[in-house]
Write a protein that binds this ligand. Structure first.
Ligand code: G4P
Length: 535
């Protein structure tokens, strides 16, 4: 096998998603610990704080103690090269979060065992489903009282519309938590309070266990033994069978129970996950599917982080390598800009450090300094090629604000500011049809984005804004080609707007209004994502 093939085959690039507090940071940290990438717990969180100090406009984050940006980390484990894409939750939830999922080949969903599926998970999950990427579920905090595991399975299946396959099954929870039964190996990995926090100490306690063996009563207690036997019988009889093909198509989610904080179930999860998930997969483009093993380099931009260093006014642009090998000395073609260039200071996050890199392979994420030439979705490839990757969908904003500059003499800065910030993908801008650029409607997925936008307009472009919150929370792209948007019958609290590509959209204040518009306008077709056509 060539080096290129070996390197790409050992890569695993996944996003980790959860509702805030489910344990995503803790689990990520444990992955890094097992991979030897960090020496102690707390390093990841510690880094988050350190990073705050280095970026000015992120002052807002610091004040609120949360992180606006999603980060990327690479580490090695058992000869796998793993790229984790973190997706922020909570108020800092933004379009960035969605876009990160476009760069991943699979997703790990962390669920709090006492809470089940929560709102943020649901939103992110929709994107995973749209992309048909494999989804692995880690049900965390089993050392705390949990909900009934069957209820949790049922909830994942009904709310997220995916089948589940529990790879292991919990024996009790909270104070009664005894560990898990591993279904295919018929073994028990035991959890004891003494082993709590002892890193890597949870070993398989019993191999090839027969659940009929009465001596299990001594180990688990009569009650838990009985429940486990009944549960497993029920699972074997009634649940979905394991099917790797379905896992890889995102139809069946392997489920693992564990407790990230106490290291319980983390390593077995990591091992199974790495085996079951795929190495980098082919991506669609104007030249058809691009094979990751194609030796010619290609990548697309999925995230732009502004003004990491205010003095230089530059931005850090993140690209997902989709094929071949990147070498820092190589010339690349920025397809949308039509220019040959070298990428400046290509870097990767290695666990908690940012490092300049010499090379990267399909599956990797690289960050490059960008004086403002790249936009979200752009393709960068070897000059021998010339194609564009399928564009990244635009996700529906849920918060809207009308803005204009306070000082009318600052019109130029106003237009420059909103255009550049929109180009980075930090906001979406819309206008009412037939109006000029004196004012704009700004739409965002997470409310914190509006604050960041306002702060940046003032600090980077020196523009103070008049702003007016708008009562809309739903946006729909008009898909029907043969309808004149201006002649649509709309209720008084629905607004027609245009995006910067000239597409017409509708802003609604309620789902009721959406139904009303569909009923009153025959042939009207609306969609929640602007998938962006292949050009
Ligand atoms: P997030 O990134 O998904 O937001 O969650 P994070 O890992 O920060 O975890 C949220 C809280 O849940 C943390 O407690 C963390 O210690 C705790 N936690 C994570 N995994 C487990 C687990 O398996 N069992 C138990 N019992 N707790 C768990 P915190 O007090 O909010 O934060 P900290 O002060 O411990 O950092």
């Amino acid at each position: 096998m060539s080096t290129l093939e070996t390197e790409i085959k050992r890569r695993r690039t996944f996003a980790i998603i959860s509702h805030p507090d489910a344990g995503k940071t803790t689990l990520t940290e444990k992955f890094l610990l097992y991979g030897g990438a960090i020496a102690q717990a707390g390093a990841v969180k510690g880094k988050k704080t350190a990073r705050h100090a280095t970026s000015d406009w992120m002052e807002i984050e610091k004040q609120r103690g949360i992180s606006v940006t999603s980060s990327v980390m690479q580490f090695q484990y058992n000869n796998y090269c793993i790229n984790i894409l973190d997706t922020p939750g909570h108020q800092d939830f933004s379009e960035d979060t969605y876009r990160t999922l476009m760069a991943a080949d699979s997703a790990v969903m962390v669920i709090d065992a006492s809470k089940g599926v929560e709102n943020q998970t649901r939103k992110l999950f929709k994107v995973c489903v749209m992309r048909h990427i494999p989804i692995f579920t880690f049900i965390n905090k089993m050392d705390r009282d949990s909900r009934n595991p069957f209820d949790l399975m049922e909830q994942i299946e009904s709310e997220l519309g995916i089948q589940t396959y529990p790879v292991n099954w919990p024996i009790g929870s909270g104070k009664e938590f005894k560990g898990v039964y591993v279904r295919d190996k018929q073994s028990i990995i035991s959890f004891t309070p003494e082993s709590e926090m002892a890193f890597g100490k949870h070993k398989v306690a019993m191999e090839e266990v027969s659940l009929d063996d009465p001596s299990l009563d001594d180990v688990l207690g009569e009650q838990l033994h009985e429940t486990l036997s009944e549960d497993i019988e029920l699972l074997d009889g009634a649940s979905y069978e394991f099917d790797l093909e379905k896992v890889r198509n995102g139809e069946l989610s392997p489920v693992f129970f564990g407790s990230a904080l106490t290291n319980f179930g983390v390593e077995p999860f990591l091992e199974s996950f790495l085996e079951m998930t795929t190495s980098p997969t082919a991506r669609n483009s104007t030249a058809g599917l691009i094979d990751p093993f194609d030796p010619e380099f290609s990548a697309f931009v999925f995230k732009i982080q502004a003004n990491m260093n205010k003095a230089h006014r530059d931005r850090l642009t993140f690209m997902r390598v989709c094929s071949g090998k990147f070498d820092k000395e190589m010339d690349v073609l920025h397809v949308q800009g039509g220019k040959k260039m070298r990428l400046s200071q290509p870097q990767q996050m290695m666990a908690s450090e940012r490092e300049i890199i010499d090379e990267a392979y399909a599956g990797d994420i690289i960050g490059v300094f960008d004086p403002g030439i790249f936009s979200i979705g752009d393709t960068v490839c070897s000059p021998k090629k010339n194609f564009e990757f399928e564009s990244i969908p635009t996700f529906a904003p849920e918060h809207f604000m009308r803005v204009r500059q306070k000082d009318t003499l600052k019109r130029k800065q106003f237009v420059k500011g909103i255009t550049q910030i929109a180009q980075e993908g930090a906001i979406q801008i819309f206008q009412e049809p037939d109006t000029g650029m004196e004012e704009a409607i700004v739409g965002v997925v997470g409310v914190l984005q509006l604050e960041v936008f306002e702060y940046r307009m003032k600090n980077e472009y020196n523009v103070e804004l008049f702003k007016e919150g708008l009562p809309y929370s739903y946006i729909r792209w008009i898909d029907s080609k043969d309808i004149d948007p201006k002649s649509l019958k709309l209720s008084s609290d629905t607004k027609l707007v245009v995006d910067f590509r000239g597409n017409y959209l509708l802003l609604f204040s309620s789902e009721w209004n959406i139904r009303w518009a569909l009923e009153k306008n025959e042939g009207l077709e609306l969609s929640e994502f602007n998938r962006g056509a292949l050009q």
